[in-house]
Ligand binder design. Structure first.
Ligand SMILES: *[C@@H]1O[C@H](CO)[C@@H](O)[C@H](O)[C@H]1NC(C)=O
Ligand SMILES: *[C@@H]1O[C@H](CO)[C@@H](O)[C@H](O)[C@H]1NC(C)=O
Ligand SMILES: *[C@@H]1O[C@H](CO)[C@@H](O)[C@H](O)[C@H]1NC(C)=O
Ligand SMILES: *[C@@H]1O[C@H](CO)[C@@H](O)[C@H](O)[C@H]1NC(C)=O
Ligand SMILES: *[C@@H]1O[C@H](CO)[C@@H](O)[C@H](O)[C@H]1NC(C)=O
Length: 401
């Protein structure tokens, strides 16, 4: 039992996150709720008819909208998706499945449900790589489950620490990879007497070679940068210490979290842009909010809501700022031109109200008894919408299908 638990790197990562109380510093610093105002988007004037519909679909802002109540069949379950992780299998651990009965409705159009056949058709003979932390893995796990309806993939590679996975879909010659990278840039944990401290030295101008060396023949990159920055980290540029996030030393420059995430995002995007051998579509997924209430990881925080948050959108200001920073970096790299394509999977707004979508205590937490996971997302669940969006966004880049 112990061996299986320890071998499960996701479990280990959760545990690491939990141990590091600095991870939650941020939640203590910014506990206030606030309202995010909706930008008023005028309706698009398009002719009625098929042509018009396609046009609306192609131009519609998929990321601004609301969740509407709708009874729907789950897209998959643990008997149809054999790769469903124990940590996200909320149904098995007693979560009421009514939280699945919500549909994301963009203000100006409808978002189609993920169509696995269409997706596999587009990615025929292509390779897609997910790069990021355990939330990136969460996203890929959802995609695997959605695709399993059509075809059971073959796991062709898994490293010892279960940080890199490769799946292969034979019928469409499609390769799907996941590469674990906490920061996208190089990060090395400080140790004391061989024990990790949860504090990292980050080289903000150097991409993490874990993924940077594996981009050969990659057509699609889905990249993200989330929660590992919510801790004390030492930041370096040109090999020189420039400061830290959540500093405790008074002789060092305090660098805000948003700046750190922006720098890492910029370095990663620039690396892809400057890699001459690559012809890729890179999609940057924006920040995925956590929903602890009444505390944090390690002091009784929970997330037991059974409905999405209503009208007012509860979100910490800094989470919205992080998203804004990511969007700016994406626009920056797009503005620099070049042959590579860059797009956005802007999930922050739709996820910020889904306080009901996390495993909470509904997971196999024997080992971490009593702790709530309010960071990752249940499968099936709200996170599946990331792939509804992924497919529609991919279709907008016509040179990639
Ligand atoms: C899973 O879905 C399949 C197909 O829709 C269905 O036959 C099966 O009963 C479901 N299993 C569970 C545990 O809900
Ligand atoms: C599978 O895709 C690769 C490119 O990823 C291509 O080189 C190869 O020829 C394809 N194989 C088949 C059988 O289509
Ligand atoms: C590291 O180990 C040495 C020798 O066992 C011990 O004297 C020292 O106190 C330890 N340092 C810390 C910070 O635990
Ligand atoms: C900051 O102070 C610590 C002692 O508190 C010292 O070890 C460190 O070298 C100092 N760093 C800089 C950049 O001056
Ligand atoms: C959620 O958990 C808190 C703390 O345990 C409890 O006070 C509250 O009643 C719970 N809410 C629901 C809807 O179960």
């Amino acid at each position: 039992m112990m061996t299986t638990v320890v071998r499960n790197s996701e479990f280990f990562l959760l545990w690491l996150l939990m141990l590091s109380s600095t991870f939650t510093l941020f939640f203590m610093f910014f506990p206030q709720a606030f309202l995010v105002k909706h930008k008023e988007v005028p309706p698009l004037a398009v002719p009625v008819g098929q042509q018009g519909k396609d046009d609306t679909q192609a131009r519609c802002d998929l990321f601004t909208g609301k969740w509407v109540r709708e009874l729907r069949e789950p897209a998959y379950n643990s008997s149809t998706c054999l790769t469903l992780s124990e940590l996200k299998n909320c149904e098995r651990y007693g979560k009421d499945q009514d939280f699945l009965n919500w549909r994301w409705k963009p203000d100006d159009c409808d978002l189609h449900r993920f169509d696995p056949e269409e997706f596999l058709h587009i990615v025929n003979s292509k390779t897609m790589m997910f790069v990021g932390d355990s939330l990136s893995r969460n996203h890929m796990d959802s995609l695997l489950c959605l695709l399993s309806k059509v075809e059971k993939p073959i796991n062709v590679y898994k490293d010892e620490e279960e940080k890199t996975y490769t799946w292969y879909f034979k019928s469409s010659n499609f390769t799907l990879k996941n590469i674990f990278s906490k920061f996208l840039v190089q990060g090395k944990e400080r140790t004391i007497n061989g024990t990790g401290t949860g504090v990292f030295d980050l080289q903000m101008d150097k991409t993490d070679i874990e993924w940077a060396n594996k981009l050969d023949r990659t057509d699609y990159i889905v990249m993200s940068n989330d929660h590992w920055f919510f801790r004390k980290n030492y930041l370096h540029e040109n090999g020189k210490l420039i400061g830290c996030t959540f500093c405790t030393e008074t002789n060092l420059t305090e660098i805000n979290l948003n700046t750190a995430i922006k720098k890492a995002t910029r370095t990663a995007l620039k690396f892809i842009r400057n890699n001459e051998k690559l012809k890729t579509l890179t999609l940057l997924r924006t920040f995925s909010p956590a929903h602890f209430e009444g505390g944090t990881w390690d002091n009784g925080g929970y997330c037991n809501r059974t409905r999405p948050l209503e009208s007012e959108k509860r979100l910490n200001e800094i989470e919205w700022e992080i998203r804004k920073g990511q969007v700016e970096e994406l626009e920056r790299v797009r503005g620099e031109g070049g042959v590579k394509e860059f797009g956005l999977l802007d999930v922050t707004e739709c996820m910020m109200v889904r306080a009901d979508g996390h495993p909470g205590t509904h997971w196999n937490n024997v080992w971490m008894k009593g702790f709530s996971d309010c960071v990752h997302w249940c499968l099936p669940g709200a996170v599946d919408v990331w792939n509804d969006m992924l497919l529609q966004v991919m279709k907008r880049f016509s040179s990639f299908h």
